[in-house]
Design a binder for this molecule. Sequence first.
Ligand code: DX5
Ligand code: ZN
Length: 226
Amino acid sequence: MGGGLPEGRRVAPSILAADWSRMWEQVKSVMDAGARVIHVDVMDGHFVPPISMGPQMVEALSDHVHDAGGWLDVHLMIDRPEHQVESFARAGADSINIHWEATPHVHYALKAVRDAGCVPGLAINPATPPEAVTAAADMFEILLCMTVNPGWGGQPFIETSTDKIQRLRSLLPDRVAITVDGGIDAQTAGRCSGAGARLFVAGSAVFGAADPAEAYTQIAVAAGAS
Ligand code: DX5
Ligand code: ZN
């Protein structure tokens, strides 16, 4: 996709919770409702216990999503993400979020994302203090604040996250978009929006609903998103 991360507040449906037997149909339904950021959760069975998907999924969706004006936001819940950045960039990722806790080489990994032509994001687990990320703040455009422990969809939102988002917002430059990820629905999205989040990842609240397009719209309205 040309240009940068879509502007304004955005709800990013997470395909982890979609019906994988008809993946593009599911993604198309939320894009038709206005979604422009599609979130891809990659898990390696090591950094987090489950194994999910890899660059093949990004590649399978890339042309469809980009032709529809969308953005692929990849979340690497994998150890030593710097070794995998290139393959996700080649597959069509637009932004790549690596975890603070997954490598001793955070700065290097973020540089690898930028060098690969993608927008760099830094993700942090619930117990990682906001202050930890400031030293590398010039290296990322997205700060992904986990609002559940990474590894599974469908977990309840950790309530102390709203204070953490406010703190992150006060520490980081304005150009950095704060993503919230985990337990986001119409209620929690509103609270996170008030605290300063700009991207709202929602998996089960969107694709677990009877009508994902309608669920997307409700969360977007609650978040004040376009
Ligand atoms: C969790 C993933 C999330 C997940 C969110 O490890 O990073 O992106 O898909 O799922 P819900 O919205 O169901 O909490
Ligand atoms: Zn995620």
